[in-house]
Design a protein around this ligand. Structure first.
Ligand code: NAP
Length: 251
């Protein structure tokens, strides 16, 4: 019987690519708010593995704990948790920021990750095994102008990853983080509130990473032998040297 992996934010971008990448090896609990997309993904992957859909907003602590606590028996033993759900909302100077955007980033990227982890980790402790992979970002080690609160949320993911690794150290649970640079997903569309032209500009003039690139790295992390835990992995497109230095004359 295959082990179970729960992926948050599987309805698009990196999370969806992870589901596609690891479907041969794991039974999948794919989560997100857009249920029609999760159903479509489930249909595509159903010939490879068993799929369970989790439709909840990670900000809703009760919905998160209810979903995890009432999993059908055969879905309870979660071996892998990919804390991927998250987004940037807005790109504004600190004195002009929209406080609703700030709430969204802190509530989804930080508190949402905590709520899901809090619900899943006791199951891993019971099994004295598991692997948690948190989606950080280069934005979580390298601040950029107008990134302020998004940066802070990803610095928090970095701190939480390190804290989780310490607190779970005696329980046989691996904790890893992956920190991508620029990946072409719906990320910029969300950041710029549906302004597709602006979103497209983020990825012009160079070859950005694709979601598949990150999914392959995560599959590598998951496939290491039991005694190997990849703590941290920074993955950048060739054109990107730091959060602020991107060679847009590459093409
Ligand atoms: P994306 O295509 O916009 O996907 C974001 C995913 O998060 C969606 O599946 C979305 O699902 C889910 N999500 C957002 N808010 C949610 C909420 N309140 N409750 C539940 N699910 C929620 O963006 P992506 O690039 O794949 O981003 C995935 C992760 O990678 C994020 O943590 C992001 O910060 C990180 N990252 C991205 C980049 C990049 O350049 N793209 C770089 C570094 C790190 P629903 O809308 O269906 O809920």
């Amino acid at each position: 019987m295959k082990s179970i992996a729960l992926i948050t934010g599987a309805s698009s971008g990196i999370g969806k690519a992870i589901a596609q990448q690891i479907a041969d090896q794991y039974r999948l609990i794919i989560c997100g708010r857009r249920i029609s997309r999760l159903k479509a993904l489930s249909k595509v992957l159903s010939h490879k593995t068993d799929i369970l859909i989790g439709s909840f907003d990670v900000r809703d602590q009760l919905a998160v704990s209810h979903f995890i606590d009432s999993l059908p028996t055969k879905w309870q033993k979660i071996s892998v948790l990919i804390n991927n759900a998250g987004n940037a909302h807005g790109l504004s100077f600190i004195h002009e920021g929209d406080t609703q955007d700030w709430d969204a980033m802190i509530d989804i990227n930080v508190k949402g990750l905590l709520y899901v982890s809090r619900a899943v980790i006791p199951k891993m402790i019971k099994a004295q095994a598991g692997h948690i992979i948190n989606l950080g970002s280069i934005a979580g080690t390298d601040v950029y102008p107008r990134g302020n609160v998004y940066n802070a949320s990803k610095f928090a993911v970095d701190a939480l990853t390190k804290g989780m690794r310490m607190d779970l150290n005696t329980h046989g649970i691996k904790v890893s983080e992956i920190k991508p640079g620029l990946v072409e997903t719906e990320f910029s569309e969300v950041r710029f509130k549906g302004d597709l032209e602006k979103a497209k500009q983020t990825y012009v003039g160079y070859d950005p990473l694709q979601a598949q690139d990150i999914a392959e790295c995560i599959a590598f992390m998951l496939s290491r032998p039991k005694h190997v835990n990849i703590g941290d992995m920074v993955v950048l497109p060739l054109a990107q040297a730091s959060s602020t230095l991107v060679n847009k004359q590459q093409k």
